[in-house]
Design a protein around this ligand. Structure first.
Ligand code: PNS
Length: 172
């Protein structure tokens, strides 16, 4: 398969340096990557940023990267891919524990749309423990997330947590 465009889908709540690592590895292989922020995630999560906020944060992070487009999508990922002429999907695989969920999704997506291929990429070993949900929790509990997210994302997380704290203070 010759590839000029691929989709990198996820929840990205928030985008971490682990996502960035996979995205940059992907960009070495394809000319154009669409970062696709899902409105419907397969595993339910308590959110930090709205879909619109995630899209604009990721756009800001990759403002100088012409090979990256950021979009949100609702509905099935395979339908989004078809609508954008993409047949390759990139997913990061951090550990064996990710495998079962990823393999199940890959085969479901293939069954829905046989032309779709999934490329699993391993991140730098320094990022294998990293997940958005852990970063959300560490940030919410006052931990330092500097090593885990870009400065743009960190600033937005801090703004969100202080807004939440102010709202909580007002309602107490
Ligand atoms: O970062 P995540 O939350 O692990 O990403 C999961 C995501 C968004 C790729 C997955 O939930 C998804 O594809 N959602 C879109 C809805 C869909 O197509 N569901 C069927 C997938 S088998």
């Amino acid at each position: 398969m010759k590839v000029d465009i691929a989709v990198y889908p996820g929840s990205f709540d928030p985008l971490t340096v682990g996502h960035d690592d996979i995205l940059r590895r992907g960009l070495r292989l394809v000319d154009h990557l669409i970062v696709a922020v899902a409105e419907t995630a397969t595993q339910s999560k308590s959110g930090l940023f709205t879909i619109e906020e995630r899209v604009s944060l990721i756009e800001e992070v990759y403002a100088d990267e012409p090979g990256v487009t950021v979009m949100s999508f609702s509905g099935l990922l395979v339908d989004f891919m078809r609508a954008h002429g993409a047949r390759l999907m990139i997913r990061g695989l951090r550990a064996v524990s990710d495998f079962e969920y990823e393999f199940q999704m890959a085969l479901m997506n293939r069954s829905l749309s046989p032309e779709v291929e999934v490329l699993f990429m391993a991140p730098d070993s320094r990022h294998t423990f990293l997940s958005s949900s852990l970063v959300r929790q560490v940030g919410r509990l006052g931990g330092d997330v500097t090593k885990f997210v870009s400065p743009i994302v960190k600033a937005s997380m801090e703004a969100r947590f202080s807004r939440d704290a102010a709202a909580k203070g007002a309602s107490d």
